[in-house]
Design a protein around this ligand. Structure first.
Ligand code: NAP
Length: 329
C-alpha cells in the first residue's frame, strides 16, 4: 500500500510517499481502507519534533510512529476474529492518536473501540474533518467551559479547524455566540451560526466593554490572557484556553485561576472518548453541525498541507484525500 512515511524530525518535506506493507488486523482490530484524513497541529509538532516535549511519546532521537495522521474516515475492509461492532463495508471515522496514528496511508488497522460509524449525511472528507477538532471543541465548551443555555460565549479564533466546530457546537447549546476572526472569514463565521462577529484586525474585543460567561481561546497568545481575564469575563465567567504550550497547560492556567475570582484554564483533549464522537455524529446527522473544509490535498502532498496549516490562517479544516490520490498516483 502507499503511505506517507518519515524517518527523522525536520521540515514537512521529511514526509515521503512510499510503498509499505499493508497491515493485517489483529483479533480486536478492524482494517480500514482510508478515504480521507485531516491535518492537525500535532502533525506539525511531531513532524518537526518541536517543541521537544512532543518527543516524549514520539521518540527522542527519531520518530517511533513513522506514519502520522490522526483523523481517519474510511470503509472497513476486514475485521479480526473478536470484533463485535463492525463488519466489512461499514463506513467509519475516528481519532487514532491513541493508537499511534497512521492515517496518511491507504489502510490502517486499529482496535474497534477507536472508531465509530461515520455520519450518514456527509462525505468521507467531511467526516475526516471531525474527530480531533470537534471533540476538542466539545470538551472545551461542555466539560471545561460548563456551557449553559442562555450564556454569552466568545470563540477567539472562530474561523479555524477547532473554531468552526466550536461556534456550531456552542449554538447547539442555545447560547449567544460571538466569533473573533480576520476580515476575510467574517462572512463564513456568520454563516455557520455566530450571532456576532468581531474582526480582530479592526477591533480588540478585550477593549469593547463586553463581558462573556465563557471564552474559548483557539489562538494562544499568553500576552492577552490577563486582559481576557480582567476585562472580558463576567464575574462567574470561565476562560478555556485550547491553544497554547504544554507549560501553559501544566502551570499557567491553574496559577491564574488561583490568583483571581474567575476560572481560567487549559486542557488536553481526550480523543479516546467515543461517546463524545457519537455525540458530535448525532449533531451532524441532526443538521446542527456541518464540517467546514478549507482545502483538500492528495496524499502525496501531505508536506504542503502541513505547511499550509502552519501558516495559522486556515478557514476550517485542511483535508487529505487518500482514496483519490491513490487512484491518480
Ligand atoms: N488543547 C488541546 O487538546 C488541543 C487540541 C488540538 C489543537 N490544539 C491547539 O488549538 C489551536 C487551534 O487549532 P486549530 O486546528 O483550530 O488551528 P487553525 O485551524 O490553524 O486555526 C487557527 C485560527 O486562528 C485564527 N487566528 C489567528 N490569529 C488570530 C487572532 N489574533 N485573533 C483571532 N483569531 C486568530 C485564524 O483565523 P484567521 O485566518 O481569520 O486569522 C485561524 O483560523 C492550535 O494552537 C492547536 O495547537 C489544542
Amino acid at each position: 500500500m502507499k503511505a506517507v512515511v518519515y524517518e527523522k524530525y525536520g521540515p514537512p518535506e521529511v514526509h515521503q510517499l512510499k510503498e509499505v506493507k499493508k497491515p493485517i488486523p489483529k483479533n480486536n482490530e478492524i482494517l480500514v481502507k482510508i478515504h480521507a484524513s485531516a491535518i492537525n497541529s500535532s502533525d506539525s509538532t511531531l513532524t518537526r519534533g518541536k517543541p521537544f516535549l512532543g518527543r516524549l511519546w514520539q521518540g527522542f532521537l527519531k520518530p517511533k510512529n513513522k506514519i502520522l495522521g490522526y483523523d481517519v474516515a474510511g470503509r472497513v475492509e476486514a475485521v479480526g476474529g473478536n470484533v463485535k461492532q463492525f463488519q466489512p463495508g461499514d463506513e467509519v471515522f475516528g481519532d487514532i492518536f491513541a493508537c499511534g496514528g497512521g492515517a496518511f496511508a491507504d489502510y490502517v488497522s486499529v482496535p474497534e473501540n477507536a472508531l465509530a460509524l461515520k455520519p450518514v449525511n456527509i462525505s468521507f472528507e467531511g467526516a475526516a474533518a471531525v474527530p480531533v477538532a470537534a471533540v476538542c471543541a466539545l470538551q472545551g465548551l461542555r466539560d471545561h467551559g460548563q456551557i449553559q443555555p442562555g450564556q454569552k460565549v466568545l470563540i477567539n479564533g472562530a474561523s479555524g479547524g477547532i473554531g468552526t466546530f466550536a461556534v456550531q457546537i456552542a449554538k447547539s447549546f442555545e447560547v449567544e455566540v460571538t466569533g473573533v476572526c480576520s476580515t476575510r472569514n467574517l462572512d463564513m463565521v456568520r454563516s455557520i451560526g455566530a450571532d456576532h462577529v468581531i474582526d480582530y484586525t479592526q477591533e480588540d474585543f478585550t477593549q469593547n466593554g463586553q463581558r462573556y460567561d465563557l471564552i474559548i481561546d483557539n489562538v494562544g497568545d499568553p500576552s492577552v490572557y490577563k486582559r481576557f481575564y480582567k476585562r472580558s469575563l463576567s464575574p462567574e465567567g470561565i476562560c478555556v484556553i485550547i491553544a497554547g504550550s504544554f507549560f501553559l497547560q501544566m502551570f499557567l492556567g491553574p496559577w491564574m485561576s488561583m490568583t483571581g475570582g474567575n476560572k481560567i484554564g487549559t486542557f488536553m483533549a481526550d480523543g479516546t472518548k467515543k461517546e463524545d464522537l457519537v455525540f458530535i455524529r448525532d449533531l451532524i446527522e441532526a443538521g446542527k453541525v456541518e464540517p467546514v473544509i478549507d482545502r483538500q490535498y492528495p496524499l502525496c502532498e501531505v508536506a504542503d498541507a502541513i505547511r499550509y496549516l502552519e501558516g495559522g490562517h486556515a478557514g476550517g479544516k485542511v483535508i487529505i484525500t487518500v482514496e483519490q490520490s491513490s487512484k491518480t498516483w
